[in-house]
Design a protein around this ligand. Structure first.
Ligand code: PGA
Length: 270
């Protein structure tokens, strides 16, 4: 069972929900989760860019945090198609996801790109969810650990080296461990023991980077084909602090059921 004081649960709706879909999803989810105490759960939804403004308005007054799926690292400049931290701030977004495997895989983002984005997002006051995880090929060659440790060490390099001037940059950091082979319709969910062992190594690496106290306070969420059947066994593992869910969370009622059942398992273990 995670040693952190609260649970972390969230979803990224990828390139699926329109503005209208997002509004409907969030109003329903806000209504269903309104009674869950903030101190027990950090709940977030990461919709598409075009739905962000509506999402922030719809989630206002609820306990749902709204995040962006990506962010350009410069505040302004000749970067066609990018969205800057200033623009996200203006919309009222508090969270930014960096390095989702689909961006690394299909949009060719590198660990160095993620490093710049993490530094810029934290420097601009956002909470950051950095996604890491090995591909099937990397797992086949037995280099999973090397891969996600590298993603962490490069992605977090500027904050570990103290180049980001925020008072407590690490307090605003969350990690999502998402093995690429576990994600999406063709994904095979990781079994809870494999996921937990890798979470342990991730936590060890975070302690190496930030010291034992700060490092072990950083929430590490598991993602990749989380569903109503496996969510409970994943959350009972000692190094898994939360779940980052795709498809199974896109229906507000089903997401709500997962939230309640995961919270029950989490409380039973405490
Ligand atoms: P999935 O997506 O739960 O649909 O596998 C997870 C993710 O991409 O974060």
């Amino acid at each position: 069972m995670s040693r952190l004081q609260k649970l972390y649960l969230g979803t990224n709706t990828k390139m699926y929900k329109t503005i209208a879909d997002t509004r409907e999803f969030l109003s329903r989810l806000a209504k269903l989760t309104g009674d869950i105490p903030e101190k027990e759960l950090e709940l977030f939804v990461i919709p598409s860019y075009t739905a962000l403004e509506t999402a922030v308005k719809t989630a206002k007054g609820s306990r749902i945090k709204i995040g962006a799926q990506n962010m350009g690292w410069e505040e302004a400049g000749p970067f066609t198609g990018e969205i800057s931290p200033v623009m996200l701030n203006e919309v009222g977004v508090g969270l930014v996801m960096i390095g989702h495997s689909e961006r690394r895989q299909f949009l060719r983002e590198t660990d160095q790109d993620e490093e710049r984005k993490v530094a810029s997002a934290l420097g601009n006051g956002f909470t950051v969810l950095l996604c890491i995880g090995e591909t099937l090929e990397e797992r086949h060659y037995g280099i999973s650990r090397e891969v996600f440790k590298t993603q962490l060490k490069i992605g977090l390099h500027s904050i570990a080296a103290g180049q980001v001037r925020t008072q407590h940059p690490v307090k605003k950091l969350r990690i999502a461990y998402e093995p690429v082979w576990a994600i999406g319709v063709n994904g095979v969910p990781s079994d809870e023991h494999y996921a937990d062992e890798n979470h342990r190594i991730i936590k060890e690496t975070l302690c190496e980077l930030f010291g034992d106290e700060a490092g072990s306070d950083i929430p590490v969420l598991y993602g990749g084909s989380v569903n109503p059947g496996n969510a409970g066994s994943l959350i009972r593992m000692p190094h898994i602090d939360g779940l980052f869910i795709g498809r199974s969370a896109w229906d507000a009622d089903q997401f709500h059921q997962i939230i309640r059942s995961v919270m029950r398992s989490w409380k039973e273990e405490r």
